[in-house]
Design a protein around this ligand. Sequence first.
Ligand code: MN
Ligand code: MN
Length: 321
Amino acid sequence: MSSNFFQPIDASAVPRFAGLSTFMRLPAVASAEGLDIALVGIPWDGGTTNRAGARHGPREIRNQSSLMRRAHHVSGTEPFSIANVADVGDLSVNPINLVDGLKRIEDGIAAIVAVGAIPLAAGGDHLTTLPVLRAVARKAPVGMIHFDAHSDTNDRYFGDNPYTHGTPFRRAIEEGLLDPRRIVQIGIRGSIYEPGEHDWAIAQGIRIIYMEEFVRRGAASVMEEARGIVGDTPIYVTFDIDCIDPSMAPGTGTPELGGFTTREAQEMVRLLDGLTIVGADVVEVAPPFDLGGMTALAGATMMFELLCVMAKSVQAGRAPD
Ligand code: MN
Ligand code: MN
């Protein structure tokens, strides 16, 4: 069976610095037909309120993902042997029209989901996760494990505008895409606009694990709780690169001091193993603020970590329905 699956280009035949840039050096394919997991770029940052640039994320994450090899060094997982994975390219986006941009992203992900593939997306800013959820959670609300410095449950911006990269999860809850009692947000920190900014989220039932609690408890304890909250129900995993400390991931629009090390982030993603993952993304990598590609490398590495647990989920027949 695995012999029919797509494989990365053999680095002993074509060195890893050569060739066209695709996610994990996998083939670029025109549709998700026949795939278990579709790696997809969403080059759109129309929801960004301050420092834009995440539209350039997919291209740089592809570039840095050439550093990924075939197997996971801890779990021994060989994702390309147990799941059929390829790069389906970038979704169509509209850089100057927010509502049309969201619609295009939803349609693009819906086409992936319609053929039974699971999307693993590279953003783009965090508003891109809203149309992804509109496509992934059409039938029933999903749970979510959310790594971020920010809760992204704000309400309105500049008057009555409902859509920014600070509002996607309030909208997703209002639209019935997410079950708030099965949402865990991990790594939340940084100055806020006013005390009580997270009151709405907490009142919905979201479990917010602030950075300070993570520091006290550690990854194993926090993830044990998170796993207990979502159980074996379908979940989406969203990884905002700004959850990582800006000393290790400076290339992002809204950096916050006091974040995860890349090692802590890897440890947490590995502890998603065994959950029912129906989609995932890595967002907010903004190459214009990056240094030597280090943030794009962090993004590519987190995509590989996510891919390994998602491939095992596919192999176990856990997702999607
Ligand atoms: Mn975010
Ligand atoms: Mn953030």
